[in-house]
Design a protein around this ligand. Structure first.
Ligand code: FAD
Length: 106
């Protein structure tokens, strides 16, 4: 079975980075592809208990693919839900761009 921690770090890196560079005004095609990507995770993610937690979480909190900021915020909150469940500290969602897009201000 995959290393759930390493898989998780790699997946969060991919998802947060992709959200950070998602357009502020996505086309209908970009929106529908992002929705497909996110909806496929509960079906395909190769950690079955992670996938079923995510499925339940997405039912309560449908993805917001309307634009970069909304998507980044939605994803940050979903990641915080996982952090909370695992007893990890919550991440400050105001720092999402600094972490995943711009880097720290100098
Ligand atoms: P990670 O949680 O992997 O975070 C990587 C980096 O992201 C952090 O160092 C930090 O800089 C940044 N970060 C942290 N929180 C946020 C946030 N809210 N927003 C933006 N950036 C942030 N593991 C399980 O054991 N059980 C599960 O049920 C489970 N479900 C998962 C579901 C999904 C969809 C994914 C992608 C992963 C899941 N994992 C699960 C894995 C788990 O979330 C972690 O990836 C893993 O435990 C490694 O944690 P980490 O402390 O190295 O940092």
């Amino acid at each position: 079975p995959p290393d759930v921690e390493q898989l998780g770090r790699a997946t969060w890196t991919f998802l947060h980075t992709t959200a950070a560079y998602y357009p502020e005004r996505p086309t209908p095609i970009q929106r529908s592809n992002m929705l497909s990507l996110l909806r496929s995770l509960p079906i395909l993610y190769p950690c079955s208990w992670c996938a079923s937690h995510l499925e339940e979480n997405i039912k309560d909190h449908p993805p917001d693919v309307s634009g970069r900021l909304a998507l980044s915020r939605w994803l940050c909150e979903r990641h915080n839900d996982v952090n909370e469940r695992l007893g990890k500290p919550r991440f400050d969602c105001a720092k999402t761009d600094e972490r995943w897009k711009d880097g720290p201000a100098d």
